[in-house]
Design a binder for this molecule. Structure first.
Ligand code: SF4
Length: 391
């Protein structure tokens, strides 16, 4: 098998691992391990590969599980480092995401991941981005060594708790995964400059969104993760889950929205609305769901709301909230178009605000100049909105 063939296999082997700002679609796979990745400042190309897709483990969802009859291959650390640095110097990639199957054991595979990064740092003097996966069962010594060469370390928890993990893997222990995350966090507290992420497979173990949301919250509180990734389960043929239905992408989207509400809007889990199955509502985003279920808090007068209250309004984010505050320092906001100029999304926010005492329940009403709000309008609007959800 030549190197290009190997990279084709090992690049595709890493496709379910998330990095950057989230979902990688089919269109984002360029070739041979090169992925286009969204970041907070745009897009870049990442070399995202496994060192080996050979694995002794049997995780029920995984394309690389031992029982599958697929082409297997491995690239040695020296060769992988050389391949990456060539791509980097040709400006085809801007960073490296490195993971591996477990062969013959976690210790040997972690040795190879760390060696690859050490060669890049020491022999090639590479100073750029390396995101390294910490494999299940890795020792604390391996985590420490990885932290000296990587910018980001991640351990995929996959599921919210030990009970759900038992449904997916006989060999992974939840305590090991959580312990590894705790150890990375301790290294960071000691001043080692690395970031830390994790990933959930959404829907593989019949967990609810509520389970994942509370796990995400607890992880954020305990370890201040740079990111939590959510990957909607996709069945892989020739695995125990091959006949399980794929998870709708909207679940993944809603979980990302919740994570943003936690990180940037100050939301807490008790503010979220779940259906009877414990899932987030699919037909409205989580912030709108909160507003619809709390009609007593709305409409909010845009000229009086403090920053945190502005963030409770659908269609207003941290940037537009700051711009609204700045605009109010100059004078009262009296027209919906002023809000539009802040970047707020008018069609989302209008049903939930008054602007200088006037209520514009829709873009149509805004065009006609809105209506003076009365207590009756307020209550009627609130009741209507609550009714939408309970219908
Ligand atoms: S240990 Fe990793 S690569 Fe191996 S089967 Fe499990 S998820 Fe797949």
């Amino acid at each position: 098998m030549d190197t290009v063939e190997k990279l084709g296999i090992l690049g595709m082997g890493a496709r379910y691992d998330m990095c950057g700002c989230g979902r990688v679609s089919e269109d984002d796979y360029i070739n041979n391990g090169i992925y286009r990745v969204k970041t907070s400042s745009g897009t870049c190309s990442i070399f995202k590969v496994l060192l080996s897709n050979e694995c002794t483990r049997d995780c029920a969802y995984c394309q690389n599980r031992i029982q599958r009859d697929i082409p297997r291959t491995t690239i040695a650390p020296e060769d992988m480092a050389r391949l990456f640095i060539q791509l980097f110097r040709q400006r085809k990639v801007q960073g490296l995401f490195l993971s591996s199957g477990i062969q013959p054991n976690s210790s040997a595979s972690m040795d190879n991941l760390i060696k690859t990064a050490q060669i890049l740092r020491q022999r090639y003097n590479y100073k750029g981005y390396i995101h390294m996966k910490i494999l299940p069962g890795a020792s604390t010594a391996h985590i420490e060594a990885a932290a000296t060469v990587a910018n980001r370390l991640s351990i995929n928890l996959e599921v919210p708790d030990a009970e759900h993990l038992k449904m997916l893997s006989r060999s992974k222990r939840y305590a090991d995964l959580a312990g590894g995350m705790e150890y990375i966090s301790k290294l960071r507290q000691k001043g080692i400059r690395i970031s830390q992420t994790t990933q959930f497979i959404v829907g593989a173990a019949d967990e609810s969104d509520r389970d994942i949301v509370y796990a995400t919250w607890n992880l954020k509180e305990r370890f201040s993760l740079a990111r939590t990734y959510f990957s909607a389960f996709t069945p892989v043929i020739d695995t125990p889950l091959e006949n399980k239905a794929p998870t709708p992408l909207i679940r993944e989207t809603r979980l990302y929205q919740v994570d943003f509400l936690f990180r940037q809007y100050g939301f807490t889990p008790d503010q979220l609305v779940f259906d009877n199955s414990g899932h987030l509502l699919q037909d409205v985003d989580p912030k709108t769901a909160f507003a619809l279920h709390n009609p007593q808090l709305y409409p909010i007068e845009i000229n009086r709301a403090d920053y945190q209250t502005l963030l409770l309004i659908p269609g207003i984010g941290p940037i537009s909230a700051k711009r609204i505050e700045a605009m109010r320092r100059i004078g009262k906001i009296t027209d919906p178009m002023q809000l539009k100029a802040t970047g707020a999304v008018l069609k989302h926010l209008l049903p939930f605000v008054t602007i200088n005492g006037k209520y514009y329940p829709s873009l149509d009403a805004a065009a006609k100049g809105g209506q003076q709000l009365t207590l009756w309008d307020y209550n009627a609007a609130g009741n209507n909105r609550a009714g939408i959800i309970s219908a």
